[in-house]
Design a protein around this ligand. Structure first.
Ligand SMILES: NC(=O)c1ccc[n+]([C@@H]2O[C@H](COP(=O)([O-])OP(=O)(O)OC[C@H]3O[C@@H](n4cnc5c(N)ncnc54)[C@H](OP(=O)(O)O)[C@@H]3O)[C@@H](O)[C@H]2O)c1
Ligand SMILES: *[C@@H]1O[C@H](CO)[C@@H](O)[C@H](O)[C@H]1NC(C)=O
Ligand SMILES: *[C@@H]1O[C@H](CO)[C@@H](O)[C@H](O)[C@H]1NC(C)=O
Length: 294
């Protein structure tokens, strides 16, 4: 065991060194100037921060979520920060008619679309699976089927612009983890849908990039309030996370890993030493801090 640990540490060290010296940062934020972008789930958290970054880059922005007064405030701030234009449309993503409507709204406002950032998630609990399969089905509607619906609706515009689909997933969309059974199910489904679609796009010379973002624990209010104390690892900053997602999308990367050391590195263990990965992950939870289930 001691030898294995040393070996893993050595491999991780080498990989980190490679990552930090490989300098793959050819991102020029001005490439997003005048670009037409939809951001879902932008009334708070990472989505809100993405809207602010895009505003500073001079994009045309359409944001959506359910809470209208919050969207209004985010749009006002986007205008102040320098957005080419900023608009919002309130509604719920459990409604596929609404999901399509958001895309059609962008078409009406901008006459096209360059980037579709799918980021919203429905509410779920953080606790042992309660046996409610209906909740899993409802969450699949919001977290997955609305993503697929919006992508299908936006595809004609994205083909025309050679645009980008950016899908915000999670570390638990690549590895199972306790207390997130319904959520993790939906994030794994995104990988299946979008990674398969990406291959078909290659086969068919469809010039639309798909970027799947594998995100670790981030310091958004909702995440911190939900997992506070239970997950021992520190939360990474939402501003930087939002920037890395936009950057990966603009660079047409297949996947974004943020934070790199909390996602890509443990994922190296997934297929080769799954039990070791489980052991490390389980050590990271303090079950005594779990909040009682609502
Ligand atoms: N924070 C983390 O630790 C973390 C880790 C890994 C991955 N991620 C991923 O990052 C993304 C953003 O997470 P976040 O932490 O920023 O979450 P958040 O702050 O809770 O934001 C979620 C957004 O989705 C909207 N939303 C909720 N229910 C909705 C519904 N039924 N229809 C339409 N919109 C709805 C919310 O606004 P309304 O309530 O106004 O609708 C809000 O704008 C998610 O895809 C999440 O899975 C986050
Ligand atoms: C679904 O969305 C459409 C378009 O926004 C709206 O007209 C309809 O009332 C919504 N349905 C429900 C049940 O909210
Ligand atoms: C695909 O679209 C991008 C962005 O519009 C463009 O830079 C690139 O040249 C296009 N590639 C092909 C093969 O058309």
């Amino acid at each position: 065991m001691a030898l294995l640990t040393k070996l893993i540490v050595a491999v991780i060290g080498l990989l980190l060194a490679f990552y930090f010296y490989s300098g793959n940062d050819a991102f020029d934020p001005s490439t997003l100037k005048e670009k037409r972008v939809i951001v879902t789930g932008a009334s708070s958290g990472i989505g809100e921060q993405m809207a602010y970054h895009l505003a500073k880059m001079g994009s045309h922005i359409l944001i959506t979520a359910r809470t209208e007064d919050r969207l209004k405030k985010v749009v006002e701030k986007c205008v102040e920060l320098g957005a080419a234009s900023a608009h919002y449309i309130p509604g719920s993503m459990d409604n596929m008619t609404f999901a399509k409507q958001v895309v059609h709204e962008a078409e009406g406002l901008f006459g096209g679309l360059d980037m579709l950032i799918l980021n919203h998630i429905g509410f779920t609990y953080f606790n042992y699976f309660d046996g409610n399969v209906d909740h899993v089905r409802d969450l699949l509607e919001i977290n997955v089927l609305s993503y697929a619906t919006m992508t299908v609706a936006a595809l004609p515009m994205l083909k025309k612009s050679g645009g980008n689909v950016v899908v915000v997933s999670s570390f638990v969309g690549k590895v199972g983890a306790p207390f997130t059974v319904p959520y993790s199910t939906t994030k794994f489904a995104l990988d299946g849908f979008f990674s398969s679609l990406r291959m078909e796009f290659k086969q068919q010379n469809t010039n639309v990039s798909i970027t799947l973002c594998v995100i670790s624990y981030i310091d958004t209010d909702s995440a911190v309030n939900t997992v506070a104390g239970v997950i021992q690892q520190p939360a990474a900053p939402k501003e930087e996370c939002a920037f890395e997602i936009i950057k990966g999308g603009a660079l047409r990367q297949r996947e974004v890993y943020y934070q790199y050391q909390a996602t890509k590195i443990p994922l190296l263990l997934r297929d080769w030493a799954p039990e070791f990965l489980e052991y490390i992950m389980l050590k990271n939870y303090d079950v005594t801090k779990l909040k009682p289930q609502q």
